[in-house]
Design a protein. Structure first.
Length: 181
């Protein structure tokens, strides 16, 4: 058995309805995943499964989600080792220690090409930063501006399937993977 992290793109079902984490956990267990745990109410799963391709797990979870909740949601899965590498590769450690909720990563299903970074950098405010690490997009968002042009620029249409998590969530998922939480 291997440990995996699954990130759901959006768990809003419409009209203000969200997926309850207990229901999400039950769905994952229903498709044979073991030791399923959730983190915060934004669609984060840590689980164990027999060695398989990540893409097969993504399809299995997406199909189960649609059957259970009535709508498609993109799900990005990473193996434990890849998740720990992602967390260790945070290019903004000082900012993460200072304002962890302002640092985020867009975890991509397929790596983003280096050329895409320039399109994001031109949209960053003076006090915002963006870096590409291992095909995932890291951000430091402005505390002064409640909305950033970076989020819109890093959407599915422009960058491909991915989902964003702030540093607090990335760190806590890494702790869960390591068995410390």
């Amino acid at each position: 058995m291997n440990t995996y992290v699954a990130l759901l793109y959006s768990i809003v079902l419409g009209e203000g309805r969200r997926v309850v984490m207990a229901d999400l956990k039950a769905m994952a267990e229903g498709v044979g995943l073991k030791n399923v745990r959730t983190l915060v109410a934004t669609g984060n799963l840590v689980f164990e499964a027999r060695t398989t391709k990540v893409s097969a797990l993504e399809r299995r979870l997406e199909k189960a989600f649609e059957e259970t909740f009535g709508r498609h949601v993109d799900i990005v899965v990473r193996g434990a080792e890849d998740w720990l590498k992602l967390a260790a590769g945070n290019p903004f450690p000082a900012e993460s220690a200072e304002t962890a909720d302002q640092v985020a990563v867009r975890v991509m299903r397929q790596p983003v090409a280096d050329e895409a970074l320039s399109g994001l950098q031109v949209r960053a405010a003076v006090d915002e930063r963006v870096r590409l690490v291992g095909g995932d997009i890291w951000f430091v968002f402005s505390r002064e501006r409640p909305s950033s042009r970076l989020l819109a620029a890093a959407n599915h249409k422009r960058m491909g399937i991915g989902t964003s998590r702030n540093w607090n969530t990335v760190r806590r998922l890494a702790e869960m993977v390591e068995g410390r939480q």
